[in-house]
Design a protein around this ligand. Structure first.
Ligand SMILES: Nc1nc2c(ncn2[C@@H]2O[C@H](COP(=O)(O)OP(=O)(O)OP(=O)(O)O)[C@@H](O)[C@H]2O)c(=O)[nH]1
Ligand SMILES: [Mg+2]
Length: 199
């Protein structure tokens, strides 16, 4: 995807805060620290548009970005941060459920997992929720540069096998450091968007 423009739209929590733009939208979700913000910066070819923090679990807001005036990307707060207070965890679930249910232009949700962890309970719950709300899940495995070629080959198959899927057909193996997986992820996203060409 050729990035002609990439801008921050707004942050928000509840439906009244959702951007008015009627563009197709893709959300990015995953465990805290999985690499969501880095991946979105990599997709949009902007170094610091999405804030990458050293304190996991800090942002509890949805953040929207506009790409080429063609689509919106939404960065969801990370889940599963062990040290987050109980009420933060409860709020996360309620906020995300409302968003998934009420955001009418939302087409797909990218679910990110760290290559070293694979899909854990929280991730599987989110995958299930995507199905309930009729959203296309896009499975992304992050930080692939952390493993050697050999180890990555084995991990790819193990992660896919655990989930009962095909690593080549159903998953995008990504590295924000090297940009590996970027073209494929854009291809998957563009494939869901009527009228958006992956050029
Ligand atoms: N080696 C490597 N490090 C990465 C990659 N992506 C992210 N990181 C690092 O992982 C840490 C977390 O990255 P973020 O992009 O902030 O992760 P996040 O999922 O947005 O985190 P929260 O918003 O806090 O939930 C940072 O130190 C990044 O530099 C990657 O592809 N490879
Ligand atoms: Mg982040």
């Amino acid at each position: 995807m050729k990035i002609r423009s990439a801008t921050f739209v707004k942050s928000g929590v509840r439906p009244a805060d959702f951007p008015a733009d009627d563009l197709p939208e893709v959300a990015f979700a995953g465990r805290s620290n999985v690499g969501k913000s880095s991946l979105m910066n990599c997709l949009m070819q902007r170094r610091n548009l999405v804030r990458v923090s050293n304190t996991p679990g800090r942002t509890q807001l949805l953040n929207w970005f506009n790409v080429n005036d063609q689509l919106l990307l939404c960065d969801l707060p990370g889940y599963g941060f062990a040290r987050a207070p109980e009420h933060v965890r409860r709020n996360w679930g309620a906020m995300i459920e409302t968003y998934l249910e009420r955001r009418e232009n939302l087409l797909a949700i990218a679910i990110l997992v760290d290559v070293r962890r694979g899909f854990e309970d929280d991730d599987l719950q989110l995958l299930h929720a995507a199905g309930q709300f009729n959203l296309q899940p896009i499975l992304v495995v992050t930080k692939c540069d952390k493993l050697s070629r050999n180890a990555l080959f084995n991990r790819r198959h193990a992660i896919a096998r655990d989930l009962g899927t095909d690593p080549d057909r159903d998953m995008v193996f990504f590295s924000s450091l090297s940009g590996d997986g970027r073209d494929l992820l854009w291809k998957r996203i563009a494939g869901l968007l009527p009228g958006v060409e992956n050029t």
